[in-house]
Design a protein around this ligand. Structure first.
Ligand SMILES: NC(=O)c1ccc[n+]([C@@H]2O[C@H](COP(=O)([O-])OP(=O)(O)OC[C@H]3O[C@@H](n4cnc5c(N)ncnc54)[C@H](OP(=O)(O)O)[C@@H]3O)[C@@H](O)[C@H]2O)c1
Length: 338
């Protein structure tokens, strides 16, 4: 324990207190090019020292590989960490390269048991529905998730990329501790409906991709040129072709604010997400993803940065100017169904 531990926020009305910034672990096994295992493990340990306690994974990250990778760390620190994992992105038997969304009861039951086995723990602290299958009533799926709580397999429930009305329907069945959605200087669609509903219902907002998948840090400017062939970001409309160049130009005010604070653009992006908590009156826990201890230090230091009203005004117009959707198929997002 050191004095540099970050403050905490609560997950939902009855959930655990977690460090106000979590750690996205997806890139350690999946989606963002090759990872160095030793460096990733050092990142997990450094994050914990700094007060990061919410660790985010999913069964879909490398088809279980990310959960398996995290298991030794979780077991070594079981009482200090809050384990969040997810179900719903299934591999269809006829085509292992595709993903389909499943929210049906047998699938949820088989998924939770598989995640518990890979993580090698007795209980999952926060279990999310990763994506919404509109063919299954959400009340039915959340009813099964509530059974998992009663059975002691999971402690708290979460939903990812749900609309405000889906969240309200779910909350009628069982308290929802957290909604996880993309939220960053580039992606603010949830502020219209999802965030107000979460505030009203006492649900914590877990902000994924708060660094715009790295783009807001300036660590890459054009996915086709700067990233490896298997990198998921090469499929995302914002980071390729003419959109990438137009969007890179939007980072100018982020750089200007960063210079004024002696900070990095990534820290300003994280401080901005954190300050959404005050702007919208609900707990917000960003979960930036990194595989490097030095970056986890940089990212957690952003918790202490306060942006002025003038700086916020400078950053305000950015999202409205972003070129390209945040997913190739926007039905994967709440905004695509609202
Ligand atoms: N619910 C969902 O549907 C969903 C979707 C996407 C992600 N997520 C979760 O949210 C987490 C975070 O989102 P994300 O990883 O997509 O995006 P992100 O946190 O916005 O950005 C991650 C990228 O930024 C780089 N990065 C991190 N800190 C940096 C720094 N200080 N300076 C320069 N570059 C830095 C990382 O590279 P290095 O790793 O090389 O440091 C990585 O490429 C994921 O890990 C995952 O757990 C959930």
């Amino acid at each position: 324990m050191t004095d540099s531990r970050i403050p905490t926020a609560r997950l939902g009305e009855n959930g655990p207190e977690v460090g106000v910034q979590g750690l996205g672990c997806m890139g350690m096994s999946f989606a963002y090019g090759p990872a160095d295992e030793k460096e990733s493990r050092a990142t997990l340990e450094r994050a914990l020292e700094l007060g990061v306690t919410l660790y985010d994974t999913a069964d879909a990250y490398g088809e279980g590989e990310n959960e398996r990778f995290l298991s030794p760390f979780f077991r070594a620190h079981r009482d200090e960490v809050v384990i969040a994992t997810k179900f719903a992105l299934a591999v269809p038997p006829d085509d292992p390269t595709r993903r389909i969304i499943r929210n049906d009861a047998p699938y949820i039951r088989q998924s939770v048991d598989a995640s518990l086995a890979r993580l090698d723990v007795d209980v999952i602290d926060l279990y999310y529905m990763h994506r919404r299958d509109v063919n299954v009533p959400i009340e039915e799926s959340v009813g099964v998730m509530a059974d998992l709580v009663r059975e002691g397999k999971v402690k708290q429930l979460g939903l990812s990329e749900v609309t405000a009305s889906e969240l309200r329907a779910a909350q009628e069945v069982h308290p929802i501790a957290a909604v996880q959605s993309e939220w960053s200087l580039f992606s603010r669609d949830i502020e219209d409906q999802v965030v107000p509903a979460a505030r009203e219902l006492g649900v914590t907002l877990v902000a994924y991709s708060p660094l715009g998948r790295g783009f807001l840090t300036g660590s890459f400017a054009d996915a086709d040129q700067d990233l490896t062939a298997d990198d998921f970001r090469r499929q995302q409309p914002r980071f390729t072709g003419g959109n990438a160049a137009a969007n890179a130009a939007l980072l100018e005010p982020v750089r200007a604010v960063a210079a004024a604070h002696g900070a990095t653009p990534g820290q300003i992006a994280l401080a901005w997400v954190q300050q959404r908590s005050r702007a919208h009156g609900l707990p917000v826990v960003p979960i930036p993803g990194t595989r490097k201890p030095s970056r986890v230090e940089e990212n957690t230091a952003a918790v202490a940065l306060a942006l002025t009203e003038e700086e916020l005004a400078l950053l305000e117009p950015i999202a409205g100017k972003v070129a390209g959707d945040r997913y190739p198929d926007m039905r994967f997002t709440s905004a695509g169904r609202e």
